[in-house]
Ligand binder design. Structure first.
Ligand SMILES: Cc1ncc(COP(=O)(O)O)c(C=O)c1O
Length: 360
């Protein structure tokens, strides 16, 4: 199967915008992009010049980190942009459909809607410990509805669980040649499951989303990426803005791959996981908390006796958590990101004032 068969037919020969940087490289006197000839006095990054469309050093560092060839990686403005590019490249507006599993990250549906594509839902199923995927139902629905792209978030936001690799293989086997399966691993660094990247050599219709916004602590830099068949990456590039990655962001993001920064990232993940497990235990004994779902990510989803009142109480005391009112299955839930140890203590202290209960 050639993954290009899934691309919009009208985009298969499309070259995208031919920017000055793409047209010619090299040379010493750059008179081709209508840039200012001199940088600002405060500028240490030659910001008078447009950036490389895909900064080579960052792309190579990220590809090496994820263990893939750099031709298989497209840098994007967060993984948000990658979601949008995938829908734009594969789905014909007004005609094609994507498949999601609710409750899930909202941007898949938002990008589909902005592109006039229909969103088909094959919902997650709630069990005693959390929300799981119904793989046979997803395959049948994607086939029946002829979905072009399936977005699967693992670890899942907002529900927190990861899809076992064997289930992902079943899904990929069931949809070979029919649908691009996009595994969003925004929270992958926190997970006990292996990355879906291990399956990529066997499945050309698999794409994996990555981001520096979570475990790498660079949400403000807006750097993410999609890893996929290099031919598909070539198409996605033509759908992207001419100079998507700002030089200051690329320079900062590159530092995230130094040995020192990676050690800090690993330590941050370890702290987050131990805080999460501790917080989970302490939350689940509180009277206003009905259930704390197991989590493979850097947040906890909690079912509350009165989520609206509890959320308002926390906010009134300066602690901001995420209401889940937009998801019918989670109306009585709050999603709580794991903070620093001091922030988590503060959360518990404010919860105490809601109930008067004491913590061990
Ligand atoms: C599952 C998931 N995917 C993607 C994103 C977007 O991340 P970014 O655009 O910062 O890479 C988020 C952000 O919260 C997310 O939760």
């Amino acid at each position: 199967m050639n993954v290009l068969d899934l691309v919009r037919p009208d985009l298969r020969g499309f070259g995208g915008y031919l920017s000055a940087r793409k047209q010619n490289s090299g040379g010493a006197i750059w008179l081709n992009a209508n840039e200012a000839a001199q940088p600002q006095a405060f500028d240490t990054l030659a910001l008078n010049r447009y950036p490389e469309p895909q900064p080579g050093d960052l792309r190579r560092a990220m590809a090496e980190y994820y263990g893939v060839d750099d031709s298989a990686l497209l840098l994007s403005r967060g993984s948000d942009e990658a979601i949008d590019l995938l829908i734009r490249a594969l789905c014909i507006p007004g005609a094609d459909r994507i498949l999601i599993q609710s409750p899930t990250f909202g941007m898949y549906a938002v990008c589909a809607r902005l592109h006039a594509c229909t969103v088909i839902d094959s919902p997650l199923q709630e069990t005693a410990t959390g929300f799981g995927w119904n793989i046979p139902a997803m395959i049948a629905t994607a086939q029946r509805e002829r979905c072009k792209v399936l977005f699967l978030c693992s670890p899942a936001n907002p529900t927190g669980q990861s899809l076992p690799a064997a289930d992902l293989e079943l899904l990929l086997d069931g949809l070979a040649g029919q649908c691009l399966v996009v595994v969003d691993e925004a929270y992958g660094e926190y997970s006990t499951q292996n990355s879906a990247l291990a399956l990529m050599p066997r499945y050309p219709h698999l794409a994996v989303l990555k981001t520096l916004s979570k475990a790498h602590a660079l949400a403000g830099a807006r750097i993410g990426g999609v890893i996929a068949d290099p031919e598909l990456i070539g198409i996605l590039k033509t759908c992207q803005a001419p100079y998507p990655i700002a030089k200051p962001s690329a320079a900062l993001a590159l530092q995230a791959f130094s040995e020192k920064a990676l050690a800090t990232t690993r330590a941050g993940i370890a702290t987050c996981l131990s805080e999460r497990d501790c917080l989970q235990k302490r939350l689940q004994v509180l009277p206003m908390i009905g259930q704390v779902f197991s989590s493979d990510a850097n947040f906890l989803l909690v079912r509350c006796t009165d989520a609206d009142r509890l959320g308002a109480h926390l906010l009134a005391h300066g602690v901001v958590v995420r209401a889940m009112t937009q998801y019918p299955a989670l109306r009585d839930c709050l999603r709580i990101s794991i903070g620093t140890p001091a922030e988590n203590e503060r959360l518990l202290a404010v919860l105490d004032t809601f109930t008067g209960a004491t913590h061990a």
